[in-house]
Design a protein around this ligand. Structure first.
Ligand code: SF4
Length: 598
């Protein structure tokens, strides 16, 4: 086999096995005659201790080969709190942690996923980042690796070749610079052929859904067939990282989705299908899709889950179509409880509409509604937080009217973390004290029969916040935190806030610089050389609009010229019609790389 790829999800198997991105890459690579992919997950701490004790390096699940024997180790990083686990996996695999310490004898270390849209805090450990969608670029990376292997050239040649692949960022080919006050001044190319900015990769048309899944023997977080029905979101929620970075919206057809489910059911025996996207009820033909699936699989014990529903696009007809697949609770995500806050975050649904939807859900037999909110949005007051409790009680009251005492409301309240590449990339986070005050208010106000509240710790939110908007200097903090014992940072029982604070102190950086500082509107950000193709001008305007409470409609109703179309005009032109939800392009052809703009 010419190229052996280890696909690593740096958390435990139970979580990683439900990651659709890794399953897609596993299938695509294994379809090649000249390459193979195997899987690897982080061992839990007891297993890790046993492996270290016995001198067993981290190995792949399929063939039990040490990871260091693979040609490419590819990490999936959907969230930032996996960074220390990436270091831990490399260390356990006995691969040098720093890219500068690796030579021809070591595997190529690559990483992709939503957290890599600001790759700087882990730039020192990863040879090349995949920015954007992986289906096509993974093949080009394997091709480039094979050509390099045959050439016998030095490792630097491979990195330089990878930097020329659309969607690949090789951090060692760039140098960061700072102003005397510590703010970021920009990035300089060290190799004149390296792109600047680095444009994210997209597929012009979604390929048919993967139907080859490895079925686990144990319960994992999702035991179901995951089918991505569309990619991207046109709603423009200002806090939403995924919504900004995954534009444009591209949809699969009802026919190809249903055929894929048919095949996957036969191959796997799963009894549930998840129709996945950032906003599944916004899929153009959602009713037709759910109805077709219900009819096709009638009597075959297949339930359908729609994990992400918009309150305003979730119709009574859709509820009726889903009724037979009823399981557990129903989830809605208003994110904020006052109309003022929902205007600031650009999720302008009315309270009346929310209550009407809740009533309709309860009256169709569901007994529990889960409501997701965030605290810490820009310009939030304690009245806005109190309104969360009031809204939960109002929803419960609707439930009680139709379902009596069976009705329940579960409120999940997380803390807002400003993300790069979003209109809120300028705003400061709440302090620990502010978060605790808001949580205390909710804990008091949401006591009572039929109500349940869950929340996350302020420290967890701050860790995510440092890493999300960090620069290259944070790599040393990440390294020292890992050295001090930080790992499994996404797990409550492994939270090591003290270790992170010590790491910041040892490096001489102030964590508040990354989280609690309102950034001037003209600040240069350490992630600006990574282009999502949504222009900074658009994000700036949207941020300023939020301060005035101005909202935008769904951009399928009106294009706001965010930057996607000029950048990808040629891809849109060759994919006319409803495959994309952006307007059609009829002007002269412009090559993609000539119109990259930040
Ligand atoms: S180009 Fe227009 S329609 Fe397309 S994502 Fe941007 S704002 Fe929306």
């Amino acid at each position: 086999m010419r190229t052996r790829v280890a696909l690593v999800f740096p958390d435990i198997y139970d979580i990683g096995m439900s990651n659709l991105g890794l399953a897609i890459l596993y299938d695509l690579i294994n379809q090649r005659q000249d390459a193979l992919a195997e899987r690897c997950y982080s061992p839990w701490t007891d297993m890790e201790a046993a492996m270290r004790g016995a001198g067993i390096p981290l190995y792949s699940l399929e063939s039990k080969h040490p990871l260091a024997d693979f040609d490419i180790i590819a990490f999936s990083l959907p969230y930032e709190t996996l960074y220390t686990n990436l270091l831990n996996a490399l260390d356990l695999a006995q691969v040098p942690l720093f890219t500068s310490e690796r030579d021809r004898s070591h595997p190529l270390i690559i990483a992709g996923g939503h957290a890599t849209y600001n790759p700087e805090p882990i730039h020192a450990f990863v040879d090349a980042f995949v920015i954007g969608e992986g289906e096509e670029v993974i093949q080009e990376i394997i091709d480039a690796h094979q050509a390099w292997q045959e050439s016998g050239a030095a490792r630097a040649e491979l990195l330089s070749a990878l930097a020329r692949v659309w969607g690949v960022y090789v951090p060692s080919l760039y140098q960061d610079e700072y102003f005397p006050d510590g703010t970021f001044a920009g990035i300089r190319k060290l190799d004149e052929d390296a792109p600047l900015p680095v444009l994210k990769r997209i597929v012009a048309k979604l390929p048919p859904p993967t139907t080859n899944f490895v079925v686990p023997y144990i319960d994992t977080v999702h035991n179901r067939i995951p089918v991505e029905i569309m990619r991207g979101c046109t709603r423009g929620c200002r806090f939403c990282h995924a919504g900004m970075i995954t534009r444009p919206v591209r949809e699969r057809t009802v026919q190809e989705i249903v055929e894929a489910i048919d095949t996957a059911v036969q191959k796997t025996g799963y009894e549930e299908v998840g129709l996945l996207s950032l906003s599944s009820s916004d899929y153009t033909d959602i009713l037709e899709l759910v109805t077709t699936i219900s009819e096709r699989f009638k009597g075959k014990n297949l339930s359908v889950s729609l994990p992400s529903l918009r309150i305003e696009s979730f119709s009574v007809d859709l509820m009726d179509a889903l009724k037979d697949a009823r399981r557990g609770g129903f989830t809605l995500a208003p994110e904020a409880a006052t109309e003022r806050m929902r205007e600031i975050i650009n999720k302008p649904v009315s309270t009346g509409q929310l209550l009407e939807t809740a009533r309709a859900i309860y009256s169709r037999g569901w007994s529990t509604i889960k409501l997701y909110f965030m605290i810490g949005h820009p310009a939030e007051t304690l009245e806005d937080v109190q309104a969360i409790a009031d809204l939960c009680r109002a929803v419960l009251a609707e439930g009680r009217k139709v379902a009596g005492r069976r009705a329940q409301v579960h409120a999940g309240v997380s803390t807002f973390v400003p993300k790069p590449h979003t209109p809120f990339q300028w705003v400061p986070c709440d302090s620990v004290e502010q978060i605790l005050e808001k949580q205390a208010l909710l804990k008091k106000a949401l006591r009572g029969d039929g109500l349940k509240l869950t929340w996350n710790s302020p420290e967890d939110a701050l860790l995510e916040a440092w890493l999300s908007r960090g620069d290259r200097r944070l790599a040393e903090v990440v390294y020292r935190a890992w050295e001090g014992g930080a790992k499994f940072d996404a797990w409550k029982e492994h939270s090591r806030f003290d270790v992170w604070m010590q790491a910041f102190a040892a490096v001489g950086l102030d964590p508040g610089f990354y989280t609690h500082r309102e950034r001037p509107i003209d600040e240069i950000f350490p992630w600006e050389h990574i282009s999502t193709s949504v222009r900074k001008k658009f994000l700036t305007e949207d941020y300023l609009w939020s301060l005035q409470g101005r909202t935008r409609v769904d951009c399928r109703e009106r294009c706001f010229a965010c930057g996607i179309l000029p950048t990808f005009a040629d891809l849109r032109r060759v994919n006319p019609g409803n495959v994309w939800q952006c307007p059609e392009v009829k002007t002269k052809k412009i090559p993609v790389k000539e119109v990259i703009q930040i």
